[in-house]
Design a protein. Structure first.
Lengths: 116, 115
């Protein structure tokens, strides 16, 4: 069964360093998402991506964040200068199509980012 | 703004018994989707069940069913005949029917099935 894969499963980085979280969505999917969950809090939407551009982003997704689909298979989230408060579990998700016809999103197992 | 509230951080149930996880939400939208996702330990979130707001009939998937009360903005999940493999974190989620289709999640309920 196809699945969304995320690497690494756990990343530890020093404050101020750049970090790239990687995701391989399901191959025929067109919509891609990043979510994060700070420990003990709700899963929060960061950004959605379609047709090689950001379609929607939350207030969390400031200039420190960027997303890219560099080679048609990977979908990356980059944090330029990490802060302690960026420590969270980051989930990637993908969907086959948009609109109401196909609502199921498939999630990866997450990358736990720890900023020290 | 959309908010989703899960008021039970942790729950436990005896194997073969029934358990209900609660979820309430707030929205001004008239049409939307509601979901329950399950996340087993160290595994990805998988869809358990989905409900379209315009459908009055409660969704059912095998041992999983929902009690959708649109006026009360309540969307609880009932798990019948609980199995050990049901042990997981359960997230309630809301989705608007716009093109972005982002999810709004609750904080989750950690369910433990006791043998």
């Amino acid at each position: 069964e196809p699945e969304v894969t995320q690497t690494p499963s756990h990343q530890v980085t020093q404050m101020g360093q750049e970090v790239i979280l990687r995701c391989v969505p399901i191959s025929n999917h067109l919509y891609f998402y990043w979510y994060r969950q700070i420990l003990g809090q709700k899963v929060e939407f960061l950004v959605s991506f379609y047709n090689n551009e950001i379609s929607e982003k939350s207030e969390i997704f400031d200039d420190q964040f960027s997303v890219e689909r560099p080679d048609g298979s990977n979908f990356t989230l980059k944090i330029r200068s990490t802060k302690l408060e960026d420590s969270a579990m980051y989930f990637c998700a993908s969907r086959a199509t948009g609109g109401v016809g196909n609502t199921e999103a498939f999630f990866g197992q997450g990358t736990r980012l720890t900023v020290v | 703004a959309q908010t989703v509230t899960q008021s039970q951080p942790e729950m436990s149930v005896q194997e073969a018994e029934t358990v209900t996880l609660s979820c309430t939400y707030d929205t001004s939208e008239s049409n939307y989707y509601l979901f329950w996702y399950k996340q087993p330990p160290s595994r990805q979130m998988i869809l358990v069940i989905r409900q379209e707001a315009y459908k009055q009939q409660n969704a059912t998937e095998n041992r999983f069913s929902v009690n959708f009360q649109k006026a009360a903005k309540s969307f609880s999940l009932k798990i019948s005949d609980s199995q050990l493999g049901d042990t997981a974190m359960y997230f309630c989620a809301f989705m608007k029917t716009n093109t972005g289709n982002q999810f709004y999640f609750g904080t989750g309920t950690s369910l433990t099935v006791i043998p």
